[in-house]
Design a protein around this ligand. Structure first.
Ligand code: FE2
Ligand code: FE2
Length: 144
C-alpha cells in the first residue's frame, strides 16, 4: 500500500516532554514546523507538492541546526560529561534530514514525506527521549 501520510500525522504531544522547559519548548517548536508537512496532502499539483515539502524541510533543517547549537552550548555551560558524543548524534541527525531534503526530486514527494515522518516521530524522537533526557536529568540533579 502506498503511504499517503493521512493516518500518521506529524505532531508533538505532551508525552514528549523531558521536564526541562527550555529544551521542551524548542522540541515542541521543531515538531510544529515538521507538522506543516501534513498539509502537503491538500495540494494536488505534483510540482507544487514537491516545492512545498522542500520548503518545510529547509525550515526544519535550519531550526534543528539552531536547536542543536543551543543544546550544545547548554551542555557545555553545565559541564555535561557526554557533550562530545551527543554532538556526534546531532551531526548524524542533521545528515539524515539533509539527505531527505536533497533527494525529494529523486524519491518523490510521497516517499520524502514518509521519510520525514519516520525521521521526526521515530529517529529524532528517540534521540529526545533517550539522549536529551539525560541532559535534563543531569541538570536537575545538579540543582538538587
Ligand atoms: Fe540532542
Ligand atoms: Fe534536543
Amino acid at each position: 500500500m502506498k503511504w499517503d501520510g493521512k493516518n500518521e500525522r506529524l505532531e508533538w504531544t505532551e508525552e514528549y516532554n523531558i521536564d526541562n522547559q527550555k529544551m521542551d519548548e524548542e522540541h515542541k517548536k521543531l515538531f510544529e514546523i515538521a507538522s506543516k508537512a501534513n498539509n502537503v496532502n491538500k495540494i494536488s499539483n505534483p510540482k507544487e507538492k514537491e516545492e512545498y515539502l522542500r520548503t518545510v524541510c529547509m525550515e526544519l533543517y535550519r531550526e534543528i541546526r539552531k536547536h542543536f547549537n543551543n543544546e550544545e552550548e547548554y551542555m557545555k555551560f553545565h559541564h555535561y560529561p557526554n557533550t562530545q558524543a551527543h554532538q556526534v548524534f546531532h551531526e548524524t541527525l542533521l545528515d539524515k534530514i539533509n539527505f531527505i531534503m536533497v533527494n525529494i526530486n529523486i524519491t518523490g514527494t510521497s516517499t520524502a514525506h514518509h521519510k520525514l515522518y519516520y525521521f521526526m516521530q521515530k529517529i529524532y524522537l528517540e534521540h529526545v527521549l533517550k539522549e536529551d533526557i539525560k541532559i535534563s536529568q543531569f541538570i536537575s540533579n545538579k540543582r538538587e
